[in-house]
Design a binder for this molecule. Structure first.
Ligand code: COA
Length: 309
């Protein structure tokens, strides 16, 4: 089928891609062969808006049919990375070659030795893309693969409760953004000096994501009122799928069962809203062990393939 490539142009394209990703996710039986909707929202409003700041019209490429139906989208996560979102009805090696060629031209970064480098993510159970990447000179990189974990919400949810004196609740109003932002900084930058902390303005952007709901943005408050841990859930009622992103505990409060208790509460909340499946991505051993303790034992691996030239 003849597909036409064009650049992302305007907000309408954002909404078109959202609908497309929902379709693709359902067409793939809710396996993450392409980004689920929450990841797109989170990238658009947090990862890109707060961190990388790609110009969307220079970073997102769309392949469409003559009738304007979206068949595939190419986008980065961070610099030097490419994600191929392809509707299974339109998959062909011709399209994938076109997408990878576009990614090499648009997304490759120049290394200190002057060489170009690109990472393309591919599923462990996607032999066609792997073979294509190999033919084009890519090798499986040393980056940790993403464990795309999932659990059925009809399975029982463990009754993990927080330690005495800790309270699990939804995040409050904007006056709690500083505390929410600080606990996130401590969880994700445990070895960095606090002088590098850049404030809490970024949190308002997270809340701009269309799927964001404050009743699914959970915190664990310590007896002294400080936030000790957090997890945010995203619920897509069209696919009836929920996801955790991110999850974290302040280093002073780790291994006290707060991650488990928060996530169990999150699972109960999304089940109550009608979600039938919950997913969470993990890269580290600690996160994987936490998620497995909540029943996220099934997973697919998504791997980084690298080429330098
Ligand atoms: C991963 C993380 C959220 C765990 O939070 P936590 O509140 O300490 O987790 P819990 O105390 O509820 O631990 C539950 C289970 O997870 C596993 N676990 C937690 N931390 C672990 C670690 N460092 N190493 C191995 N297993 C670990 C254990 O099985 C643990 O049960 P146990 O204590 O009975 O053995 C925390 O270490 C963290 O914030 N890390 C940095 C940020 C991060 O990686 N977030 C996840 C990716 S978005």
């Amino acid at each position: 089928m003849k597909l036409t490539l064009r650049k992302y142009q305007q907000d309408e394209d954002h909404w078109k891609i959202r609908a497309f990703l929902r379709d693709v996710f359902l067409a793939n039986q809710r396996r993450e062969m392409s980004w689920p909707l929450y990841r797109w929202d989170y990238w658009r409003w947090h990862v890109n808006e707060n961190i990388f700041r790609f110009d969307l019209s220079a970073a997102i490429f769309m392949w469409e049919t003559n009738e304007g139906r979206l068949a595939a989208v190419l986008n980065p996560d961070g610099p030097g990375e490419a994600f191929l979102q392809v509707h299974p009805e339109f998959r062909s090696s011709e399209l994938e070659v076109e997408m990878i060629s576009a990614a090499e031209i648009q997304f490759a970064t120049t290394q200190s030795d002057g060489r170009q480098r690109l990472i393309v993510w591919a599923h462990e159970n996607d032999p066609e893309r792997q073979a294509l990447l190999q033919r084009r000179g890519y090798t499986r990189g040393t980056w940790l693969p993403e464990h795309q974990r999932r659990r059925d919400l009809r399975d029982p949810i463990p009754d993990f409760q927080p330690a005495e004196g800790f309270t699990i609740r939804a995040l409050g109003d904007v006056n709690e953004h500083p505390a929410r932002s600080w606990v996130s900084w401590k969880a994700f930058h445990p070895d960095e000096p606090d002088e590098k902390y850049q404030g809490h303005d970024w949190y308002a952007n997270v809340q701009r994501a269309p799927l964001y709901r404050r009743d699914l943005d959970l915190v664990a408050a310590a007896p002294n009122g400080e936030f000790a841990a957090f997890c945010t859930l995203w619920f897509d009622d069209v696919t009836r799928t929920a996801a955790f992103e991110p999850v974290g505990t302040h280093p002073d409060y780790q291994r006290k069962g707060l991650g488990k208790a928060l996530m169990a509460e999150g699972l109960r909340r999304v089940r109550g809203l009608g979600a039938t499946l919950c997913t969470v991505g993990s890269y580290s051993e600690a996160a994987g062990a936490l998620y497995a303790s909540l029943g996220f034992t099934a997973y697919d691996l998504c791997e980084a393939w690298v080429k330098e030239w």
